[in-house]
Design a protein. Structure first.
Length: 128
């Protein structure tokens, strides 16, 4: 990896990254994020993450980026999974078990149908 030696170069790289992210969103890239703070891990987020990982691979979904994040701040709803498809708004799921995680991959990510019974509004505060 090349060293960044000027602010101009840093700015250019930032612009390139934003443009790439926008292109990915336009082309239907899917981002799935699992809250992996201590509260999430205690609630089973690690098992949920592994179930997502396995189902994404099993379905051959190459356009899906699975990632971890820290505490989302809504400990009572853990494990929390957030899904963003293309430029659509982020969707948040609560209390996601490994079985529910597999449903999210099949129904939401692959087929475009929300898994209604696990949805909640995480911004700015949950509505449930």
């Amino acid at each position: 990896m090349q060293k960044i030696i000027s602010l101009d170069e840093l700015h250019r790289l930032k612009v390139e990254l934003v443009m790439k992210t926008n292109q990915e969103a336009y082309h239907g890239t899917v981002y799935v994020t699992v809250g992996m703070g201590t509260c999430g891990i205690a609630a089973g987020a690690l098992e949920t993450y592994h179930a997502l990982e396995e189902e994404i691979e099993k379905q051959g979904l190459k356009h899906v980026t699975l990632s971890k994040t820290g505490c989302i701040g809504l400990c009572g709803y853990e494990p929390i999974v957030e899904v963003t498809v293309g430029d659509a708004p982020k969707v948040s799921y609560r209390k996601v078990s490994p079985e529910t995680a597999r449903r999210i991959v099949l129904e939401h990510v692959r087929d475009g149908q929300l898994v209604e019974e696990f949805l909640f509004d995480a911004s700015p505060f949950p509505s449930l």
